[in-house]
Design a protein around this ligand. Structure first.
Ligand code: AMP
Length: 447
């Protein structure tokens, strides 16, 4: 199968070929003809499968086929709207649009929060065919009347499960109400909860269904391992692994922003260059850290789940779960950063006694048990007892309202007064006061 077999125009095939793609990935082989046919699509695909090109390439083609309406110069209608959960993903998807569309005359733009709105308003005055946006900032523009969505022909919800997890459902509904009724809808999601199904039922009209990797399964080309360690020794273990195995580029996940900052400090003391990206960092700091990491200048990037969502770092060799996520699906998203597009990757989890419940939830979700090992000189204390886990960063307002883009898990798992919530599986598969750990088990959230 070649890109030219998929019915794509010459200028689009040329752009991907120049970019170095030789054959379409499975999601591309299926999604491209489906989108070209003009119908709705529901696709189960996680990051790393090539899903972005799976929708961007046929969209470019469809927009090239039709002449833009409106004035030849100046403000032309936005004909495609791509919604993403995070700024990073918005920026990345828009970069893909520009890369793949470089031989077309189409214009694209990304809008997201965390940066000044004024340059975006200026840019929106010129021609934008494809807009990539996070829901919150998009609605800010709508409110300021700096954006017209009345001519949108194609809507994409990218990482729809993430958007719901981050509390964007209301914003999404508001945005849907602003779009023309007649349009093509494409929904991409790594997991399928009942909520996603409800959203899809209301949004999609007789959609083509495509699913690449097995639902909620992790990629086969990722070697996954659990190292059982003592709670207090995690950072020594990580430094030891980085040094003895000569890891030159490693993405490390922590559960909280505070944990990310502390780990960066500890690694620094061990002589390992690390930076953190999380929601408390400015957009500029996040972009800088990411670009230094991508170019290999920075050895270790420490990230929280939200900040890392959708980050595309090709052929990332190592992902470390310094702390296991309390939401099992996040494990799949985290390790999806490695072993991308066919490359081999390694995902290591440092697990202490406190996290065994989380580990069980993850293993239930991915339907396999992860091999456990111990590292000589860092054997865990067999008599250690589990302690409650702090599920949110310290210094956060307890009991605060969940705002736009705030993950439901972080706040709902926290108890008023700042007392750490002990993650405890209920019969329904839920963390006490939170949301399901494993999702599909007993609670039946996944189809
Ligand atoms: P995505 O799942 O869209 O985030 O893409 C994951 C990675 O795969 C990105 O680094 C893409 O550049 C890369 N990629 C996408 N399609 C192909 C392809 N057909 N051949 C090789 N690499 C690809």
């Amino acid at each position: 199968m070649k890109f030219s077999d998929l019915g794509l125009a010459e200028e689009i095939v040329r752009a991907v070929t120049e970019y170095g793609y030789i054959t379409p990935t499975p999601i591309q082989a299926q999604a491209i003809p489906a989108v070209l046919s003009g119908g709705d699509l529901m696709a189960g695909a996680q990051t790393g499968t090539g899903k972005t090109a799976g929708f961007v390439l046929p969209i470019l083609q469809r927009l090239t086929n039709k002449d833009a309406k409106g004035p030849a110069a100046g403000r032309a209608p936005i004909r495609t709207l791509i919604l993403t959960p995070t700024r990073e993903l918005a920026a990345q998807v828009e970069e893909s649009v520009r890369t793949y569309g470089k031989h077309t005359k189409l214009n694209s733009m990304a809008i997201f929060g965390g940066v000044s709105i004024n340059p975006q308003i200026q840019r929106l005055k010129s021609r934008v065919d494809i807009l990539v946006a996070t829901p919150g900032r998009l609605l800010d523009h709508v409110q300021q009347k700096t954006l017209d969505l009345s001519q949108v022909q194609i809507l994409v919800l990218d990482e729809a499960d993430r958007m719901l997890d981050m509390g964007f459902i209301k914003d999404i509904k508001k945005i849907l109400a602003l779009l023309p009724k007649q349009r093509q809808n494409l929904l991409f999601s790594a997991t399928f909860s009942d909520e996603i199904k409800t959203l899809a039922d209301g949004l999609l009209n007789n959609p083509a269904l495509i699913e690449v990797a097995r639902r909620n399964a992790t990629a086969d080309n990722i070697a996954q391992k659990v190292y059982e360690v003592n709670r207090e020794q995690k950072h020594q273990v990580l430094s030891h692994l980085i040094k003895t195995r000569q890891w030159y580029q490693v993405l490390v996940f922590t559960r909280t922003k505070h944990g990310a900052n502390r780990l960066v400090e500890q690694l620094g003391k061990d002589g390992i260059a690390a930076l953190a990206i999380h929601g408390n960092k400015s957009q500029g700091a996040r972009t800088r850290a990411l670009s230094e990491f991508k170019t290999g200048k920075l050895q270790v990037l420490v990230a929280t789940d939200i900040a890392a969502r959708g980050i595309d770092i090709s052929e990332l060799p190592h992902v470390v779960n310094y702390e296991l996520p309390n939401i099992a699906e996040d494990y799949i998203h985290r390790i999806g950063r490695t072993g991308r597009a066919g490359a081999e990757g390694e995902a290591i989890s440092l697990v202490c006694v406190d996290e065994l419940e989380f580990l069980k939830g993850i293993e239930r979700l991915i339907k396999r048990s992860l091999p456990r090992e111990v590292i000589p000189d860092f054997e865990p204390d067999p008599n250690a007892r589990a302690q409650p886990i702090q599920l949110r960063s310290q210094g956060h307002q307890p009991g605060g309202q969940r705002g736009r883009g705030q993950p439901r898990s972080a706040n709902s798992a926290a108890r008023p007064g700042g007392a750490p919530a002990k993650p405890k599986a209920r019969p329904g598969g839920e963390i006490a006061g939170g949301r399901p750990v494993g999702g599909h088990h007993s609670g039946g959230r996944h189809r």
